[in-house]
Design a protein around this ligand. Structure first.
Ligand code: TRP
Ligand code: SF4
Length: 329
């Protein structure tokens, strides 16, 4: 299958991103033709006031991907704003997208009510799903790995495809299906959503010392005051981390040791640390081996491939729209 997915460059990635997105990408690239891109235009839809250095953030994001194991020999990695066809298709799709579809989008309504500290009453934010549709159908993606919150966007994408086909009597695009990412959200070390802005995240680029400092400070079962008090793993965040990163045997040891008070929380956290380090240590090694020049080459080579596919598609689209001529392959 051809797969397309994007990520906004808003800062360092953490373990939640790894479990929710990157792990999935790394599996998918083994079997499928994957286009993974930095959605820098999308980042502006909510952060246009923040003067982000998107050029720098985009490079850092790609470095995080490479460190995590996204393989530029298997996948095509590029930066959205380098491929102007995304914007070109976005303009055309905007012409045919009814406002009602965008205004009814539940993600739009949620974000408007949640992001009180930002003014996102902009055309760009309302039409965000149109740009996302362009990203996807420009490459004939058959499937898009996404989280739950993105489902309405994919539904809008499919509706736009059908509308385009109908209006221009030309079946140029594929209706993409969603690949819902299987892992549940990993909470941050304070029990809230894992987020850079809450300061409760373990980053993929953290050193061993940083990981341990963060784990050491994390709350455990509040009923377990002394080591001799039996604990309940089900109410403990560290146990969630064990379930996400430890093997069956360790998880079993945690449950037994915690409920019988035969292990202390520090020991339990050390095991947890070891399991997380199994994921992070190879990332540190890969990260150390990538220099800035290599990143630029990867971006340039991904860009060439993406550009080729995108411009071919836009030729067909422009024929359909401006000449009412349908050239489907
Ligand atoms: N909207 C996605 C997000 O916030 C990012 C994104 C932009 C995307 N374009 C895409 C994801 C195309 C999948 C396909 O996470
Ligand atoms: Fe949590 Fe482990 Fe302590 Fe039990 S032993 S309360 S699971 S940290």
């Amino acid at each position: 299958m051809r797969i397309v997915s994007g990520m906004r460059p808003t800062g360092k990635l953490h373990l939640g991103h790894y479990l929710g997105v990157l792990k999935n990408w790394i599996e998918l690239q083994k079997e499928h033709e994957c286009y993974f891109f930095v959605a820098d235009w999308h980042a502006l839809s909510t952060s246009y006031e923040e003067k982000l250095n998107l050029k720098k953030l985009s490079r850092e994001l790609i470095k995080d991907w490479l460190a995590a194991g996204v393989d530029p020999k298997k996948s095509i990695l590029f930066i959205q704003s380098h491929i102007k066809e995304h914007a070109e298709l976005y303009v055309l799709l905007n012409m045919i997208t009814p406002l009602g579809w965008l205004e009814r989008n539940p993600t739009y309504k949620d974000q408007l009510s949640q992001m009180k500290h930002k003014d996102i009453h902009t055309a760009g934010f309302l039409t965000y799903p149109v740009l996302q549709a362009a990203d996807i159908i420009l490459y004939d993606a058959e499937a898009v790995p996404i989280g739950e919150d993105q489902r309405p966007h994919l539904e809008i994408t499919r509706e736009i495809v059908r509308r385009f086909h109908h209006l221009f009597s030309c079946e140029l695009f594929k209706e993409p299906k969603e690949l819902l990412s299987p892992t549940p959200k990993l909470l941050g070390l304070d029990g809230r959503k894992m987020s850079k802005s809450y300061g409760n995240a373990i980053f993929l680029s953290d050193s061993s010392e940083e990981v341990w400092q963060k784990l050491r400070g994390a709350k455990t079962d509040p009923q377990r005051v002394r080591k001799s008090d039996p604990g309940n793993p089900e109410v403990c965040l560290i146990y969630d981390y064990h379930k996400a990163f430890s093997d069956e045997e360790t998880i079993q040891k945690v449950v037994e040791g915690c409920t019988s008070a035969s292990i202390g929380c520090v020991e339990c956290k050390k095991w947890c640390m070891a399991s997380i380090e199994k994921v992070l240590e190879p990332m540190r090694e890969r990260r150390a081996a990538i220099d800035d020049e290599a990143v630029e080459e990867i971006i340039a080579s991904g860009e060439r491939k993406a550009k080729e596919a995108a411009s071919k598609k836009m030729n067909q689209v422009n024929k359909a729209v401006f000449e009412i001529s349908c050239e489907v392959e």
